[in-house]
Write a protein that binds this ligand. Structure first.
Ligand code: PLP
Length: 367
């Protein structure tokens, strides 16, 4: 049995350190808004090459709070990828803004910068590029368009910790950026967690106030905020894991290269394409195939775990029925939803496991 995702290898690496860190939190009797959060925020800012980092409760809140402190409000338009996890859209919608989808580049699956300008109107306030599956978006072109049209950029970096565009780390390009530490992300907590990164002291301070009931001084509330704090336990866990991320990412990349080598000559399979100026940290190793559902079933019979990221594009979700989109409106996103398949990918996956997966795919097409 080859699981889609296994934590065994990485947990063994830092198991003792994690337990020590968690015990320390327990014994400190201080569980929210303490030293460990502050320390993790400092370390994450350094890691992400931004002046400020702010821990929040999860990735969705990170995007939402980033948009909120930029002043995004009811009736504003926010440009989002048609091919993304729905959180990107929901963040905009939850503030009353309207997500405006833009189709992906057919090779990278990331938002196609060439198509952004056509989606800009007088109401457009921001662009949210998502570094999907772990590959950095073309930030040069996105920042150029944003500058020309006076738009904010908020990177959704939930899937791409440590990826780079022209040697600069993702999560450091936008005005204010968001990430998630959901357990399965490349850097994951032992529960829900997220962060905001920015070089703007004003945005940082506004976000810090907003995440804690709009308050900096206990019982003095400056704005109507939310409760989206990152607790001490998760901050301590993330601080233990952060120094291991580079090594674990290198393992993902090596695994992806091994997959590429073994799959590249199968004509039915489209392997991931990475732009020259981008790096890819393979949060997800996704292939494109025409008969996806049958292949997935076949691999399941071979005890190989796979997933689909994502089976229904946001514009066709029931939640967005009120926007009146129909099948065919975003054909590239729709085709990806029908043909994408994510293969097992995690640090510690062995060459034998990868070879078994690839041989099974070859067998399927040789039948
Ligand atoms: C995981 C994810 C999010 C949301 O993160 P949560 O911590 O689950 O709220 C947002 N955007 C993308 C692209 C994601 O993959």
């Amino acid at each position: 049995m080859i699981p889609f995702l296994s934590f065994d290898y990485q947990d063994a690496l830092y198991r003792k350190e994690l337990i020590d860190a968690m015990t320390e939190v327990l014994d400190s009797k201080w569980y929210i808004m303490g030293n460990r959060l502050q320390k993790f925020e400092e370390n994450y800012a350094k890691f992400n090459d931004t002046q400020f980092a702010l821990g929040v409760a999860n990735g969705l809140d990170a995007i939402t709070i980033a948009l909120k402190v930029l002043g995004i409000k009811e009736g504003d338009e926010v440009i989002v990828p048609s091919n993304t996890y729905i959180a990107t859209w929901i963040a905009a919608s939850s503030l009353g803004a309207i997500p405006i989808p833009v189709e992906p580049d057919e090779r990278t699956y990331n938002i196609n910068p060439k198509l952004i300008e056509a989606a800009i109107t007088e109401k457009t306030k921001a662009i949210i590029p998502v570094h999907l599956y772990g590959q950095a978006c073309n930030m040069t072109e996105i920042l150029e368009i944003a500058k020309k049209h006076n738009l904010f950029v908020v990177e959704d970096n939930a899937q791409a910790h440590l990826a780079t565009w022209e040697n600069k780390i993702t999560g450091s390009f936008g005005d204010i950026n968001a990430t998630s530490f959901y357990p399965g992300k490349n850097l994951g907590a032992l529960g829900d967690a997220g962060a905001i990164t920015t070089n703007s002291e004003d945005l940082f301070k506004d976000a810090r106030t907003y995440r804690n009931y709009g308050s900096n001084i206990k019982y003095h509330n400056e704005v109507i905020g939310v409760n989206s704090r990152l607790d001490e336990l998760q901050a301590a866990v993330l601080d233990v894991k952060l120094p291991f991320l580079k090594e674990l990412t290198d393992q993902r990349i090596a695994a992806a290269h091994h997959y590429n080598e073994l799959l590249k000559d199968i004509p039915e399979v489209t392997i991931p394409f990475c732009e020259e100026k981008a790096t890819h940290v393979y949060h997800v190793y996704a292939i494109l195939i025409k008969d996806r559902d049958q292949l997935q079933k076949y691999l399941g019979e071979k005890q190989i775990g796979t997933l689909i990221h994502y089976p229904i594009p946001a514009h066709l979700q029931k939640a967005y029925a009120h926007l009146n989109y129909k099948q065919g409106d975003y054909p590239i996103a729709e085709r990806i939803a029908k043909e994408i398949l994510s293969l097992p990918m995690f640090p510690g996956i062995t060459n034998e496991q990868i070879e078994y997966v690839c041989n099974s795919i070859k067998e399927y097409y040789a039948r």
